[in-house]
Design a protein around this ligand. Sequence first.
Ligand code: SF4
Length: 707
Amino acid sequence: MSQEVKSTCCYCGVGCGVLIRSEGGVIIGVRGDPDHPANRGRLCTKGASLHLTAQGHGRLLHPAWRPTREQPVQRSDWATALDLAAERFAAIIREHGPDAVAFYISGQLLTEDYYVFNKLAKGLIGTNNVDTNSRLCMSSAVAGYKQTLGADAPPCCYEDIAAAGTLLIAGANPALAHPIVFRQIEDARAANPAMRIIVVDPRRSETAAIADLHLAIRPGTDIALFNAMLHVLIAEDRIDRDYIAAHTDGFAPLAELVGECTPQWAAAICGVAAEDIVRAARWFAGSGPALSLYCQGLNQSAHGTHNNAAIIHLHLATGQIGKPGAGPFSLTGQPNAMGGREVGGLANLLSAHRDLANPAHRAEVAALWGIPSVPARPGKAAVDLFKALASGEIKAVWIACTNPAQSLPNQAAVRAGLARAEFVVLQETFADTDTAAYADLLLPATGWGEKEGTVTNSERRITRLRSAVPAPGEARHDWQIVVDFGRRLGQKLGNPTVDRLFPYKTAEAIFTEHVATTRGRDLDIGGLSYALLEQRGPQQWPFPEGATSGRQRLYANGRFPTADGRARFVAVRHQATVEQPDAARPLSLLSGRLRDQWHGMSRTGLVPRLFNLDDEPCLAMNGDDMRQRQLADGDLVRVSGARGDIVVRVVADAGLAAGRCWLPMHWGSRFMNSAGVNALVGDAVDPHSQQPELKHVAVEVAAAGLT
Ligand code: SF4
């Protein structure tokens, strides 16, 4: 007899609800949850294939360890494995101090998992070296929101898509990366043919194909474009001066700065027509509510924070925020990048959107956790964390549910760091990832369809995940592994508070503690519990005690979570990409996603039908650039950058201007003979968000001389 349980898709930040069908302890099907507000029963091809990834193949099923890196893994048991991990971590902490160890976790983990990882590092061990792969996708959006609006809180909801008069989609390709949001865009356009869709993307993407106006800007010139749009809005008096005066600060210096950013000036920088910049500004201010949707194209830049601020300025200057159909809406990459931040899941954050740099916030968290203090020393963000492994400053790293030996930039340096580390623990669902080759200890974790907990999607909506089947083999839930390890480590370190720090017997107990940390904060969910989520379904935050529902939109009253309640304009200037094309490497290489693959393919790579559309990574290239290099469709080419080269097939793409090429980011050495596009990409980071410039690198392309 089959049964269904409600859960969510574990891929993108749309956060679609699913119904998982199982029989006899085996997952046999999945369908969209018709009651979930994010998707109303719809699923994209990835979500609709989830059950095919849950058949047990490719799984890590029992703890295993390697006596040396040269030897094959040997089966172990949980007690031995966790004792070994606790012994090694304790020895390193005793000899070198708490900052000699680090944790690198994932936006795929549940909120409860994230919470205990942070408590383990910041509360028990006394290090802030806990960062996440969300650093690679959302940290510029976080910093952009905080700089301008005062808090890491997308103010919009999915219903705003239908209510918008203009959609400004920048650095995002929801047609492939957020497909259910794209369905909502198509529905909105069908219901309102007058809707204007502007897409900003250096490539004519699948999303750009439905745009009324496609601004194919040069890579990295977003700020110049948005500043020029603001210039037009001011020059044509299309701004909301009353809103600016009542609710914002910093407009005058920005207005002075953008006074020089004429459409003609920006046209020369961005490589688009000045009239199109004027048209975009007029549509933004004059076609009803304006909603911006943006993602990695803005975030994955060495000036990603300012990219975000520049697009938010357009909303503040026109009062297009806090109203139906209006606002700056950052699309979340991973399924729980948002939930991770809610519990302080970045090296610079603490629980409930508190800041590590704020002494009062550190004291609040110490009091909540019942510990003397939270260390003030800054933790290492992702790129620096792996550099510190390579330099020997960090000696042990615990990696959970992510694959840094593929997903981080400057792969040679990352792999050198992993190779030099004295001790690498990998807590994973799948056995065969690029990172697994560097692990001294492998710990099997439960995966989709097996876990209990919560996630938060792009519109701040918290959904319960429920297990449909028991854990396979000896796999354990991520939070259980952390708690068990924490207790053992605490005992070895002689920490008397360890039992009080990790009292949890269920994921619900962790959620209840997390809820308590949020009271009085911008994301207050004091009114939420597993029971309420069970009864009333997914809810948006904030949801304070006594509330009858979550808040659909933020800032409707014009008050912002800054010290004085006013939003801020930031004087941001155009900055070029870190690597500029030159004579040796004249092409701008961009990276992006395909419809049917997710991240490094550890899960989607298990499903043959997800290779039907694209079965290998092909370099898309401008036809003239190919002819100049005597290349034809299907040729093998060598893509060479400053850090290395990779060999892939090339295909002509009429959607790419001369001088630009594009490569999907999913393939790593599990599926091809290199670390993929991140073997080429550099590790320069945004100074505010520490997010690396993953989207752009200068390369040359030539025939590979292979057949
Ligand atoms: Fe999953 Fe995202 Fe597709 Fe929804 S849109 S089914 S969350 S991958």
